[in-house]
Design a protein. Sequence first.
Length: 511
Amino acid sequence: MAEEQQASAGATQKAAPDRAEGTSPHDTVILRSVYVIDGTGAPPYGPADIVIDKGRILHIIDTSDPISLGLMGAFDPVAAYPDARVYDLPGHFVMPGLVDSHAHILGPSQAPSAEYIYKLWLGHGVTTIRDVGSLAGLDFTLSEARRSAANDITAPRIHANAFFGMGAGGEITTAHDAARWVQSIAERGADGVKFFGAAPAAFEAALTEVNKLGLDSACHHAQRRVSQVNAMTSARWGLRSVEHWYGLPEAMFRDRTVQNHAPTYNYSDEPARYASGGPLWLQTAEPGSRPWVETLQELLSLGTTLSPTFNIYIGHRDAARVRNSEWHADFTAPQLWDFFEPSHDSHGSVYGDWGTEQEIPWRRAYTRWMAFVNDYKNMGGRVTVGSDSGFIYKTYGFGLIEEMELFREAGFHPLEVLRSATLASAQLIGLGDEIGSLEPGKRADLVVLTENPLANLKVLYGHGALRYVGGKATRTAAIKYTIKDGVVFDAERLRNDVRHIVAEERERLGP
Ligand SMILES: [Zn+2]
């Protein structure tokens, strides 16, 4: 989100305890008789047997396909690996672990502990996150990233993008200082930089240095800088991903150069600023118009990725919906809930006086924004699934699943949704050869589901999809195991741990 400085400044987050959950990464694991959704956009196949060894996928044996059986020969993995841990999973589906392209490990005002956040992520099948901003502190995030890479903690793998200028002791405004700062965070081990707009000379120089060093880059184009640097400007300078939507409408302006702001507009007035976002989309190009197509084509030619985070603004079109999301009761920690409630001190907590006149333009804006993102995907552009949870009534894990539903609403086929949430996000962070799809040789990051997620994405939610079985309401949470680096986690147990953390925190903090 915005105001990254403000979000969790000052206080440090509780690091995750040493890993007490999951199997050994050294085990050989066989997943028997599963249907495979490989993450590339290909349709499911199977039943198949998946053999995992030393944290990598060794074989995927399609036991039903005569061609693949002919190529592999008669091969019974259970006989071939007698010491393997075997999971018999007839009727189950397997997909790659989800990769959240816009996540934050947040501080104590938004989570009681890192463990709470990580277990919500893993409990939702998230095996990798791109932390954009390292708001709990870069050293903290890098330390947790190293511990996760070694499987010493129960957490997704962590790709850490440092917030531009963090630790610099003041705003960076010159090219020289920008390049130096990028070098310094690269030396500390950061994977990339998250920008929030910057002085043009510093921004361009930083991106040049980022690309020279082969680092990742992401930008939330804050309105205070968009008149100088919109999404197209920074894409031309080599920015890897445009986060949210900021800077895109401005890139399509042809009859103006700035948004038609009301004279009373004040950027520091957050509710009013958020209210102006819907009208902004309505002031820009129509779908299919020349500036619309030119913008998409140029972004495509530059290889820019869109990471829209539709879900984080969804309350703008219906604030009551996000306050009443079904997961809050069991899974939203009290400090996170307090952060969400309307306040001048909490970033994004703007629904104190949010009414019909604010929501209607946002409903229209979503239609146009979603069309833009869907058109980009159809042209071959990379679009990734990112959540930005921890703000605006979005609880970790749940926000990512909702994002997938919103991709569906935008026009993505469920297979395209899954590809955006797996392989596309992995490619964005430079890990496309290692994770993101189910192929022999890749790291064993995968999710085992009790049913087909393509039929209903809601089964991915930790609180479960609602069903009436025999006249009784029941809930189905389909994520049974989350496997990261070959370590098998019981996803329901992780979600129950979170339920306990939330109950304990409520007890501790009182009403
Ligand atoms: Zn964010």
